[in-house]
Design a protein around this ligand. Structure first.
Ligand code: SF4
Ligand code: SF4
Length: 114
């Protein structure tokens, strides 16, 4: 496999980094810490859930890399937009046309700016 021409920082000292050390983009330094960050701000596309088409098959829950599909009593109840990064995996995997991806600003205006 051909490696891209990149340089890598020694992240073991990240607690002492100043702002100039952080490259553009997200950096997760410790495993399992994503719940502590509001990563939904990275999103440029947003999943819109059509509850009427959903049959709670949980395919989206299985495939969501951010655990952003919210489930209660074995039923999908919402999407956690504080953590959903808008990858679109849920929309690809849903077999029932219950999730559509739209551009984030469109969704904000459709939902009254929330
Ligand atoms: S994959 Fe589609 S039908 Fe299945 S739970 Fe998710 S939204 Fe509902
Ligand atoms: S768009 Fe990606 S991160 Fe957001 S709910 Fe769907 S699968 Fe999860």
């Amino acid at each position: 496999m051909k490696h891209m021409n990149r340089t890598y920082e020694d992240v073991s000292t990240y607690e002492h980094w100043t702002a100039d050390k952080f490259l553009p983009g997200g950096i997760v330094n410790d495993p399992g810490n994503s719940m502590m960050y509001i990563t939904g701000g990275w999103r440029s596309n947003r999943p819109v859930w059509n509850k009427d088409n959903c049959n709670d098959c949980m395919l989206c829950w299985v495939h969501c890399p951010d655990s952003a599909i919210l489930v209660e009593n074995q039923k999908m109840v919402d999407i956690d937009f504080e953590h959903c990064k808008g990858c679109g995996m849920c929309a690809v995997e849903c077999r029932f046309d219950a999730i559509e991806m739209i551009v984030e600003p469109d969704s904000l205006s459709a939902e009254g700016g929330n």
